[in-house]
Write a protein that binds this ligand. Sequence first.
Ligand SMILES: [Zn+2]
Length: 147
Amino acid sequence: MGVFLGAALVAAVVMLFILQPVVKGLHASLDREEDELTETEARKRVALLALRDVEYDYLAGKLDDEDYQALKAELTAEALAALDADEKARTREEGGAAGPADLEAEIARARALLEGGPECVACGYRNQEGSRFCSACGTPLMAQPTN
Ligand SMILES: [Zn+2]
């Protein structure tokens, strides 16, 4: 139980770490143009906040493992779909002018984090799940030691 609780707490901290900049960014864009919240931004925001709520509910004991896993998978898929849609919408709006490379990198990073892929031992870049080589530096990604 202690180990399980510890793992859950680690997962929650990781989720907070992941969501913090995303949620902050959403707040910033909401403050700027609250009345112009796009459909994709709304979807993304709802999915990410729901994902956070699921973590809280799980930690609070309101969800059992099965519900938690199912909800998390569902919301993660929705958040990723919304991220993709948002990315496309922004690219269209801005004509790909305002730092699209940075934005793409940001979204790729957020997506990789949400998907929980392996982190490169050489450069620390978090790759997409199932990657065999680091997308940033090409280092082969070893399977996690299981000891
Ligand atoms: Zn690397």
